[in-house]
Design a protein around this ligand. Structure first.
Ligand code: JCQ
Length: 264
């Protein structure tokens, strides 16, 4: 898979892409990340990439010429995505869609944004990492690089693919513990030290459900009704109230055990 990034801060993106898991994946030729400096195609003495807006007003606009020139010289893989708050929200599903492609490219905006003719005549789509304003698209591009690269087969071990499945299962992770078993009087749950792997799996499932209900009820709702195994796991670990609350959330009405007492 090839991912091209068009930016006026190539060092920032290149440094990031050279490190950690992504750097290893590039060394192993699992992923081909190419960072392009929009300034390198400029021919004027000041290597300008931006200019004042027509019609007046504050700030600067990324000019069309360096962006068109870079795209024509490099022929970056399509789709070419513009990073900005107006785009489709980036999430794990979007990451999976991008990871399934042979390649794609990202254009990092800066200043007040890009000349509208770039949006209308050059880019294929827009991507937002969330509803906040950044000074430029570089950090957003790095978020996408990290989320997509770890989905490419071979980039991570089995642990990570299972990891993504747990997110695609739509629930949050269960709690993790390592040594010591007692840290300053805070104990690791006994079940994790029992050696009963099936019971550990049910405890983790119950914890995932309880945690997701507590902090992301929207995910529990999207996940749908509890399975028989989920009910067993919750009851085994004394989480009857979580079971009732999920039933209520999913069905839209109070479960019998949870209903407020009727006044006579
Ligand atoms: C990406 N969420 C926020 C910088 C202008 C007008 O569009 C611009 C966008 C950027 C950078 O991207 C973001 C963003 N996802 O701000 C300048």
């Amino acid at each position: 898979m090839r991912i091209d990034v068009l930016t006026i801060f190539p060092d920032m993106v290149e440094d990031f892409a050279a490190r950690s898991l992504l750097g290893k994946a590039r060394e192993r030729r699992l992923i081909d990340v190419r960072v392009h400096d929009l300034r390198s195609v400029t021919t004027d003495p000041h290597h300008s990439v931006d200019d004042a807006p027509f019609g007046g007003g504050a700030g600067m606009v990324l000019a069309p010429e360096p962006i068109f020139a870079t795209v024509e010289a490099v022929e970056p893989p399509r789709p070419l995505l513009y990073l900005g708050p107006a785009g489709r929200r980036f999430d794990q599903e979007f990451a999976r869609e991008l990871a399934a492609l042979d390649g794609f490219s990202m254009l990092c905006g800066r200043y007040e944004g890009v000349d509208e003719r770039v949006r209308t005549n050059l880019i294929d789509g827009e991507l937002s990492i969330g509803d906040y304003v950044l000074s430029g698209g570089e950090v957003a591009a790095m978020v996408v690089l990290e989320a997509v690269s770890r989905l490419i087969p071979g980039v991570m071990g089995n642990a990570a693919s299972a990891d993504d499945e747990s997110f695609s299962a739509g629930l949050l992770e269960y709690p993790h513990y390592t040594r010591p078993a007692d840290f300053r009087g805070f104990a690791v749950p006994d079940v994790l030290r029992s050696g009963d792997h099936a019971r550990v799996a049910r405890w983790r499932r119950a914890q995932s459900l309880a945690r997701t209900l507590a902090s992301r009820p929207d995910l529990v709702l999207a996940h749908g009704p509890l399975s028989a195994d989920d009910r067993r796991a919750l009851r085994e670990h004394e989480l009857h109230r979580v079971e009732a609350a999920i039933d209520e959330l999913v069905t839209g009405h109070s479960a019998p055990g949870n209903a407020p007492r009727q006044e006579p």
